[in-house]
Design a protein around this ligand. Structure first.
Ligand code: PLP
Length: 413
């Protein structure tokens, strides 16, 4: 397969690693745990890493490896690691890159559980996290010191839907020998070529767009092969042995293996199918978002509509430049008050009240009273979480049906 083919063609035609015993066209689901070796020498060589062979599904599995291969074909990255969830991808990548005593400079606008990981869990393990307003380059620069190992942000923040100039941030990080780690959950590889913008490591929740419509929980770490791992203290000994593969192998052979965050073969099966139709679903969702954005924009009861694909959005240009004008399918609307939000929410008949993104069905949530309920008022303010805001993850329904549902609910409040 040449790399010149389109995203969907490449995904559909990623070759199986070897001819299947029954000529199956799809990669089969290898649900078993252990793989047998013919001789003591073979199993020894596999454990010593001299030859590659699947041995035990917590470390590698053929169906999962095929999913990783598909993503490698699609991204042209150096290495891809599949994990049990988006949170596993984020935590494993950061734990592999930052040693005890090192620090991370992170955007303060993050998905709630990521914020909690950085605020509570990583500091307890000896990793300091400095939250900053990443759109303020001076603030970012002032927080970087000789112990800073990672700059962390979301390509489009969830749920504030802010976008950074990623090339600019990457430049600043690299001037200071700091690794750029971006969570690109809202902008999967079909719309965002992270290497072009200097992102060293991409982490994402495969649960969202990739899973094919909320079919399974999974995560991905992508090493674009841009950073010199010899310059990262946490990877020093790994670099001596594995050079360019230092990060991938530290994650695979230590962090991920010891913490046990493996993806199951069944999850990989769903993700393999999800990738094949990812582009179709993203295109349809973006179309729906644009139509809904126009509808909400004109409705007198909607105080604000936020979607970076809309021409009057502050991030419209950055969206064109970085995400080919396809900024995922999450939008927010603000109503007059929290009470109005709840009342609107409860009137919806078609749109589902649920906490996920990029299901094929349209979902709605009130972030302030749910995902962010454990944070105090000051923290919510710092994270840009308003109680008048609702997050809508737009699905692939016929858009007229969505408009009809949103419209009837707005009429009733
Ligand atoms: N990153 C972002 C931006 C998310 O929205 C989420 C989940 O909603 C995650 C990470 C965590 O992903 P997962 O639920 O697969 O662990």
């Amino acid at each position: 397969m040449t790399n010149k083919k389109g995203f969907t063609t490449k995904s559909l035609h990623t070759e199986l690693p070897q001819k299947d015993a029954y000529n199956a066209l799809h990669m089969p689901v290898y649900d078993g745990v252990a793989f047998e070796f013919d001789t003591a020498e073979d199993i020894r060589d596999s454990f010593e890493g001299k030859v590659f062979a699947h041995a035990y599904s917590r470390t590698t599995n053929p169906t999962v490896a095929y999913f990783e291969q598909k993503l490698l074909n699609l991204t042209g990255a150096h290495a891809v690691m599949a994990l049990s969830s988006g949170m596993a991808a984020i935590s494993n990548a950061l734990l592999a890159l930052v040693e005890k005593g090192g620090n991370i400079v992170s955007s303060n606008h993050l998905f709630g559980h990521t914020y909690a990981l950085l605020k509570e869990t990583l500091p307890a393990w000896g990793i300091e996290v400095r939250f900053v307003d990443m759109s303020d380059l001076e603030q970012v620069r002032n927080n970087i010191d000789e112990k800073t190992r990672v700059l962390f942000f979301e390509t489009i923040t969830n749920p504030q839907l802010e976008i950074l100039d990623i090339a600019q941030i990457s430049h600043l990080a690299h001037e200071n020998n700091v690794v750029v780690v971006a969570d690109s959950t809202i902008t999967p590889p079909y719309v965002f070529e992270s290497a072009k913008f200097g992102v060293d490591v991409e982490v994402m929740s495969a649960t969202k767009f990739m899973s094919g419509g909320a079919a399974a929980v999974g995560g991905v770490v992508i090493d674009n092969g841009l950073f010199d791992w010899s310059k990262v203290p946490a990877l020093e000994t790994w670099y001596d042995k594995f050079e360019k593969n230092a990060l991938a192998l530290r994650i695979r052979k230590e962090i991920f293996r010891h913490l046990g965050g493996c993806m199951t073969a069944h999850t990989a099966h769903y993700l393999n199918m999800g990738l094949d139709i990812l582009a179709l679903r993203v295109d349809r969702c973006v179309e729906n978002c644009l139509v809904l954005g126009e509808f909400f924009g004109k409705h007198p009861k909607v105080k604000e509509v936020t979607y970076p694909g809309l021409k009057d959005n502050a991030y419209y240009e950055l969206n064109q430049k970085q995400f080919s004008g396809k900024p995922g399918a999450v939008m927010t609307i603000d109503l007059e008050s929290k009470e109005k939000c709840f009342s609107f929410f409860n009137q919806l008949k078609l749109v589902r009240r649920a906490t996920n993104l990029n299901d094929n069905k349209t979902l709605i949530i009130h972030p302030e009273s749910t995902i962010y309920c454990e944070f105090d008022t000051e923290e919510k303010k710092e994270m840009g979480i308003r109680d008048t805001m609702m997050r809508i993850s737009v699905g692939i329904e016929d858009v007229e049906d969505l408009i009809q549902d949103f419209n009837q609910a707005l009429e009733l409040i």
